[in-house]
Design a protein around this ligand. Structure first.
Ligand code: 4AD
Ligand code: MG
Length: 427
């Protein structure tokens, strides 16, 4: 039985398979706290109730010893899990000794070097459970809304998000790059299937060492035919608030453990506020953080803008010059594009980027040239504008940045099992 389900087993005999967190001895009685990935529970062993062999073996239950324990589940109002187990038997499956991570403060480099073990800690396991729930909820929402899950390639011949962050590799005699985004392929798939999404790793060889940057991160990217910018933003806010609602409903204890009040997250409901880039510049001016029109925001600017709002806020219509080649200029104001970034509250910055794509062949060709991108690599992409081109939009939501905000984490590195960062490829 899993520890999370013990509440249903009061008065029954149970078997728990897990790892020892701690052992405390007090005369003829021993308290063993065990975790199994679903939760943790205290078990009580009394010398008078067990065989001498079991009593003796239990004396050496060091931290992270793997055990199978059998006993009776009893309600205990003082226990965090609401139950305790009176043990009859403990069997050691895998011994442990000198476990490197002790119940004390460790430096983050030490913890990252031991990431394979750090993941066993209560906080890290809670983050991974929330991550799983969040990803699953996104998939469920998209599936329910009729999106087709389409898996786009990781090995690609060309750039999607600018050539400066491409991760180069070899592909037999050719050069190839790890995917920065599945978007361009999604656009082809949206013309085949209407509404699609990809959900996979994205790679950016960015020499950034900030609390928001990973070299390898996960992104969900929906793409919709016959959809404009407004339709795109509605999809973002619906999908995100549904997935957050599922985390609130299914992981309230994990949220509390991580210091996030579930009630607070439950307030994240549509509609999210929408402001233009120009309005955002006005906010920055008021805060003494003025930047020239045309420049993209940095982390301090995004933080200052989001401070004005309780909910995530869309900033739309960025200067054309600051954004990717595929973004559609606003027909009423071609110096801005029909794009939007979603900025998370509390200074966590951009969690979603997206918008409407260029659907006109000639304009797309011109923009490719302006961005110095080799036309032959994008001939297939231009084809999409030659055969039944339609207004279409999509976005990418970064899983790690969104989780860092939801879970009030200092850094994105804790939101992914094995973070890949500028100076970290191991373990
Ligand atoms: O804004 P980005 O670069 O947009 C795209 O890649 C589009 N092609 C997506 C689309 O329209 N289909 O990235 C989208 C999101 C960002 O808002 C951020 O959440 C996340 O991906 N992201 C990163 N997360 C962690 N580390 C990095 N280095 C990231 N770069 C982007
Ligand atoms: Mg972006």
């Amino acid at each position: 039985m899993r520890i999370a389900e013990l509440g249903l087993a009061v008065g029954q005999s149970v078997e728990i398979r897990g790892w020892v967190l701690s052992l405390r001895k007090s005369g003829g009685i021993r308290f063993v706290v065990v975790r199994d990935g679903s939760g943790q529970v205290q078990m009580v062993l009394r010398e008078k109730d067990v065989s001498p062999e079991v009593w003796e073996a239990s004396a050496g239950l060091a931290q992270e010893t793997a055990i199978i324990a059998r006993g009776r589940c009893r309600a205990d109002a003082r226990a965090p899990s609401g139950v305790e187990i009176d043990l009859d038997d403990v069997q050691v499956v895998g011994p442990s000794g000198d476990y490197p991570i002790q119940p004390k403060e460790h430096g983050v480099d030490f913890l990252l070097d031991h990431r394979h073990l750090w993941l066993r800690s209560q906080r890290q396991a809670a983050i991974m459970r929330v991550r799983s729930r969040f990803e699953q909820a996104i998939r469920n929402w998209l599936d329910h809304e009729g999106f087709i899950a389409a898996d786009t390639p990781i090995l690609t011949p060309s750039a999607c998000e600018g050539t400066t962050t491409l991760f180069e590799t070899t592909y037999f005699e050719q050069k190839a790059y790890l995917s920065q985004s599945g978007q361009l392929y999604n656009e082809a798939l949206a013309q085949a299937l209407g509404k699609v999404y990809c959900f996979g790793p994205a790679f950016r060889a960015e020499r950034s060492k900030t609390r928001r940057h990973l070299i390898e991160f996960w992104m969900v990217e929906p793409e919709m035919a016959f959809t404009d910018l407004d339709g795109c933003l509605e999809t973002v806010e619906q999908m995100l608030s549904y997935a957050i609602g599922q985390v609130v409903e299914r992981c309230p204890d994990d949220l509390r453990l991580l210091g996030r009040d579930p009630e607070e997250l439950a307030q994240v409901r549509p509609p999210f506020p929408r402001i233009s880039y120009d309005e955002a510049l006005g906010i920055l001016r008021e805060q003494g953080l003025e930047i020239p029109w045309g420049e993209d925001f940095g982390a301090p600017h995004e933080a200052a803008i989001s401070e004005r709002f309780k909910l995530p806020v869309f900033v739309h219509r960025y200067p054309t010059s600051a954004k990717a080649f595929y973004m559609k200029p606003d027909p009423e104001r071609p110096e801005v594009v029909l794009s939007a970034d979603l900025l998370a509250p509390e200074g966590y910055g951009e969690i979603v980027g997206g918008g409407q794509r260029i659907d006109d062949y000639d304009l797309l060709l011109r923009r490719l040239h302006e961005h110095d991108l080799p036309q032959e690599d994008y001939d297939w992409y231009l084809d999409l504008r030659r055969y039944g081109s339609v207004p279409h939009s999509g976005f990418g939501l970064g899983i790690e940045r969104t989780l860092a905000w939801m879970l009030k984490l200092e850094h994105v590195r804790e939101t992914i099992p094995f973070p890949r960062m500028l100076y970290r490829l191991r373990p």
